[in-house]
Design a protein. Structure first.
Length: 160
């Protein structure tokens, strides 16, 4: 069975940066996604289209097909008082925040300068070329409920 829209794909992968540093990996059969539902970055999903069980490939994904370019407008200085009073705020910490349209987003603390916290709403991998080493473990038809919900469900169902 080949990878196409509405197929559930199980992958083993290793993601590295251009220096070869491992950013993420999964080799235990736990990474599944619904192809065609924007569950993974476009550059990787496009490269997997048409592949089949057992295929192995190396995929280089430029920022525009991954997490986008870094956008300096997504960095902001906010008052320290916007964070819990008892929390020690350090660079690299991540918090959930409400975006301008009311959407939930993750922001990373880029730095602290006195009573000002510099936050960055860019995805941590924005602006990076991503290098994937991928093996297709399994391809199956998605269940009607998975297609309807837009994601893979656990073997014993998925309560909503």
């Amino acid at each position: 069975m080949t990878i196409a829209e509405n197929k559930v794909v199980t992958l083993h992968y290793t993601l590295t940066d251009d220096e070869g540093t491992i950013i993420d990996q999964s080799d235990d059969g736990s990474f599944l996604y619904l192809h065609g539902a924007s569950n993974i970055i476009p550059g990787l999903e496009n490269a997997l289209t048409g592949k089949t069980t057992g295929d192995e490939l190396k995929v280089t994904v430029p920022p525009e097909e991954g997490y986008g370019e870094r956008d300096d407008a997504r960095r902001e200085n906010v008052p320290r008082e916007m964070f819990p009073a008892d929390a020690e705020i350090k660079a690299g910490m991540q918090f959930h925040a409400e975006g301008p349209e009311g959407e939930m987003m993750t922001v990373t603390v880029a730095g602290v300068e006195g009573d000002t916290v510099i936050i960055d709403a860019n995805h941590p991998l924005a602006g990076m070329q991503l290098n994937f080493d991928v093996k297709v473990i399994e391809v199956r038809d998605a269940l009607a409920e998975e297609v309807e919900h837009g994601h893979v469900h656990e073997p014993n169902g998925h309560p909503h």
